[in-house]
Design a protein. Structure first.
Lengths: 211, 211
DNA sequence: GTTGAAATTAGTACGAA
DNA sequence: TTCGTACTAATTTCAAC
């Protein structure tokens, strides 16, 4: 394998990008299915498992990467083995119009594995991985509390992670059970891309996603 | 590459396994760092980037896989491109001593990407990816509400995902800033493995992790 | 979109330091 | 343990169909 992937981090990239570059058909989805289970499979073996020729597999593989449908390839690491046995969720209430600052401060915190903007009682949810409970405490009281943009926090520990799938795909639903519409779609589009996708900062929360 | 990775899903595997099989040194962490950014890099290129010989890289690579420090390799997929533009969090209150049923029902739901048992007000947090908001509604009212083990739910939409890191590593903290203890550790252990790791079903919540 | 053959690269198995 | 090298097997590329 020639070191294909440059793999620059997508953090802070354009999240609300809805534009479609590639129409995903059943074969594309099949490729994604295999790749999410085994990101290191060779394209040759991938072609065999999907049931297409190698040249075709190479073409589609590259297209999926170029299009961004495949963001990157990564290793799932056992965080307890890596010395980060504690996982916690921190729900943050953010002062309006200080989102930019909040985001900037977040970027400086390497223990943050995930951060999402949510509806509901709080504004954001942060997932962190640290070595011990003391680190959670110092993270919340010393670092987060010192950010002016942070109005309030609520911390919860994760006791167990029951399901952690690489990425859900539409095909997971199975062929026999349509997502919602039993049999509408006249000229059936391969995949309802970006349907109602309001992902991207919204509701006066602009300034977080971009820039 | 001989299709190395069997990559069987770890879902429902033993989560609370604390036993250490491998002591991770700085080189191991360096390998993990590279691999989490580029899971498809060849071992030869990996060796070069880490600064060790190819033979050594192969040995350590295999050791990390065998030990479980590397769970699997996966492709990060852009869910909006895959037709699943809606992400939601569902907080679930579970009836005590019905965890087994709850877990069994969860396993039947392919739209669940992540499920964690938490402390605090609710008992579990589920993250789902679906095509439209209607699917969230039907998921909550038709499927979750029909599980006897589910006492109550609270749903929140994810408007934007600001940070999504592959996996946090201890080395992310940087060399200059120790995690918590400035300079204690007499015979410094390479990594405080499993320290205070209460990951694994606890607090009368047994039966979820291991069945 | 597919197949086959050539060139490159990856993976393995040594011995030596 | 780690390294360096040689050997074998697989993968990728490129061509023609």
């Amino acid at each position: 394998m020639t070191e294909t992937s440059s793999n620059q981090s997508t953090e802070g990239g354009p999240p609300g990008r809805i534009g479609i570059g590639l129409e995903l058909d059943a074969t594309h989805l099949k490729i994604l299915e295999v790749l999410r289970e085994n990101g290191r499979i060779s394209v040759a073996a991938l072609a065999e498992r999907v049931g297409i020729s190698r040249a075709n597999a190479y073409t589609r593989f590259e297209a999926l990467r170029a299009d961004g449908a495949i963001r990157r390839f990564t290793a799932e690491i056992d965080h307890t083995r890596a010395g980060l046995g504690i996982t916690a969720l921190i729900f943050v209430t953010v002062r309006q119009q200080m989102w930019r600052q909040f985001r900037a401060e977040l970027a400086k915190m390497p223990e943050v594995e995930y951060c999402a903007i949510t509806t509901g009682q709080h504004d954001a949810m942060i997932q962190i991985r640290v070595a011990d409970v003391a680190a959670v405490h110092s993270m919340v009281t010393e670092r987060l509390a010192n950010i002016p943009a942070v109005k309030a926090t609520e911390t919860v520990f994760i006791l167990d992670e029951v399901i952690r799938r690489p990425y859900v795909l539409p095909s997971d639903r199975g062929p026999g059970r349509p997502p919602r519409r039993p049999a509408p779609a006249p000229a059936q589009d391969p995949v309802p891309l970006g349907k109602l996708g309001f992902v991207g900062a919204a509701e006066g929360r602009a300034g977080l996603g971009k820039e």
